[in-house]
Design a protein around this ligand. Structure first.
Ligand code: TXA
Ligand code: MG
Length: 370
């Protein structure tokens, strides 16, 4: 299949993307979070998303709307909490799980009686939704399980030849998927952390629950609130391990590793890895093996870390190392989203250099406390 390469700076291209979507085709579109693999809410169109992604049929998709009123066509939005969240965070990177209306085909929600819905703040994304004649189902535009795309190039690598079009909108500003909050239980429950943080939500809602799957691995046969949580996610092709502990210990650990390794670290740690300040992508000479150091931002600037995270995982993978190690930030505020994605990408494998000789340490509350 020919994949049309379109640009979000051309109105003609926006309308063309709209007409492909109207015809039941799948088109990758930019959003503020990550690129989405979009189709109109018709069974045959949505089937093509699952096929292009290789996504398990029990993992539901997010419905994207261009305004709050449109959300009411697909979900019951009468609760005060839902209204307050939409008012405060829409358009933007917050997805609400609400009771669904039967205007949403079962394939979109994987048969659930709830629907995940969001209105992106990316203006071109909203224009494409309107050009397509209404709401679009869209998961992230990567093959199931692999790293989410934050540039059109990432989408091209995974999807060229498998979908009808890719609309290039440059690099995504947020860089990690939307925050998902479930409003269908007794209390609001955070299913996936993102740019809108647990702290932001608590200011508006008071207490919220944090789903276990945010901080802990979930077995394939366990029941979970967000079915997507049980699958391996965001993972590079190269084995990835989280490296905990103080930077000087992390540096000595890496120093001793044979083979070709990449470490994704914070800007202020570069000196520990013997890289001159602010430089990156440097190959460090060491007695055994090779170490390539990538810096994805300052630890106390989680918004930068979020924006860079996936493109640095892509970069690290392209270097074809034997192993990738990554440093995770504190889980305050936006750091929670970065830590969540990295831990899932690493299959929750964490090494503390202080005791890695004995055994990998756990992924306990000391490492992830939201
Ligand atoms: O930022 C985003 O949300 C991006 C862009 C494209 O908008 N989309 C995205 O979609 O991340 P996806 O399919 O990769 O992730 C959707 C997540 C999955 O974990 C899925 O299980 C969960 O939302 N989800 C979808 N519908 C749900 C529902 N009815 N109840 C609970 N979880 C749901
Ligand atoms: Mg995804």
């Amino acid at each position: 299949m020919t994949t049309y390469l379109l640009s979000d700076t051309s109105l003609d291209d926006i309308y063309f993307a709209g007409s492909l979507l109207k015809a039941g085709e799948v088109v990758a579109i930019p959003t503020e979070t990550v690129y989405g693999l979009a189709a109109v809410l018709k069974t045959e169109a949505v089937e093509k998303i699952f096929k292009a992604k290789g996504r398990p049929a029990d993992n539901p998709l997010i419905v994207h709307v261009s305004n709050e009123e449109e959300a009411e066509l697909y979900a019951h939005v009468n609760s005060r909490v839902a209204k307050a969240l939409m008012n405060r965070f829409w358009p933007g990177p917050l997805t609400l799980v609400l009771p669904k209306k039967n205007t949403v085909p079962d394939i979109v929600t994987a048969g659930l009686d709830t629907v995940a819905i969001r209105c992106p703040s990316h203006q071109r994304a909203r224009e494409i939704i309107r050009a397509a004649g209404g709401a679009l189902a869209a998961p992230s535009a990567n093959r199931s399980g692999s790293i989410s795309p934050t540039t059109a190039g990432h989408v091209y690598d995974d999807m060229n030849g498998h979908i009808a079009g890719i609309v290039n909108g440059g690099m995504c500003k947020v860089g990690v998927e939307s925050t998902v909050i479930d409003l269908t239980g007794a209390r609001p429950r955070l299913l996936r952390p993102g740019f809108v943080t647990a702290e932001d939500l608590r200011i508006l809602l008071g207490q919220i629950e944090i789903d276990e799957a945010v901080t802990k691995p979930v077995g394939a046969d366990e029941a979970v609130r967000a079915p997507g949580m049980k699958y391996k996610h965001y993972a590079p092709k190269t084995p990835l391990t989280i490296l905990a502990g103080p930077p000087e210990y992390a540096a000595s650990f890496l120093w001793a590793q044979p083979g070709k390794n990449v470490v994704i670290c914070f800007e202020l740690e570069l000196l520990f890895f013997e890289v001159p300040s602010a430089e990156e992508g440097i190959i460090v000479e060491k007695p055994v093996g090779e170490l390539i150091v990538l810096n994805y931002g300052k630890e106390n600037e989680p918004e930068t870390l979020m924006r860079n995270l996936y493109s640095y995982l892509h970069k690290a993978d392209m270097l074809k190392p034997d192993h990738i190690y990554a440093r995770i930030p504190e889980t305050k505020g936006g750091g929670a989203a970065v830590a969540n994605r990295l831990l899932k990408a690493a299959g929750f494998e964490v090494i503390d250099p202080l005791d890695y000789i004995c055994e990998n340490i756990g992924y306990g509350e000391d490492i992830i406390s939201l």
